[in-house]
Design a binder for this molecule. Sequence first.
Ligand SMILES: C[S@@+](CC[C@H](N)C(=O)[O-])C[C@H]1O[C@@H](n2cnc3c(N)ncnc32)[C@H](O)[C@@H]1O
Length: 253
Amino acid sequence: MNIKINQIYQEDCLETLRKIDNQTVDFCIADFPYNISNYSNSLTKRGSNFIKGDFGKWDKWNKIEDYLDWVIKIVKEIQRVLKPLASSLFFFNNRMAGWIAYELERRKILVYKSPIIWEKNNPIPNIRKSGFRSSFEHGVWMINSQVNYTEDSKAIVKSKTFNFLKQSEMKNIMKYNIGQNITKHPTEKPLELIERVINIFTNKDDLVLDLFSGSGNAIIASKYLQRNFISCEIDKKYCFAIKERLRQQKLNI
Ligand SMILES: C[S@@+](CC[C@H](N)C(=O)[O-])C[C@H]1O[C@@H](n2cnc3c(N)ncnc32)[C@H](O)[C@@H]1O
């Protein structure tokens, strides 16, 4: 491999992916930019504060088709590096998650298994009372398989690793608070959620690929669970914050 494991790379994820050998990754988690910053006037929460959901340049595409093309280019590379029947969990904007999963399957890149929903215990109030409170985030679980994509054959596609935890932990709606604010990253996902899915889809010493590291929660979870990882994050300040976080917790990389 032209890449060292247990490192965070400050670069575009496609550059990182290109350095990874075929069929070497046991699980990929990718919390994609949602492409909502151009369109949304919604709010999100940091601690007890509400902030506007505009995350900057990394979350903006002019056309939805360009965004889809970008996602597909990345997922093709993910497919190349995943071991056969290894799983992936991708988070997308709720409005687009089903459509993107469908496109990935239609183009025979990965097989769709099921949604994995993060239900927010404490969704942001809808102050204008103009619609529902946005109370979940939509993850899609997909498997690296080259079966015939019929409904029947899909039923038998099994993830190479699937550690069934307690029944209570295996609902595909997983409930956690928003705004836990462990870090300053604006779209931090709950650490416990990430830890739970890594535990389900990998075993000790497996290799986790974490493509949009953000707060670094997937790295921290991998370290806690004794998994290896390859991680990338394009933004220098977030990379710096992750390294600082690891240093403070005395988690060597
Ligand atoms: C949705 S956030 C991920 C949040 C993360 N899951 C967490 O829990 O903190 C997306 C992150 O991807 C980074 N990013 C955006 N485009 C990227 C790219 N092309 N390659 C690598 N990282 C990128 C952004 O800087 C941002 O931190």
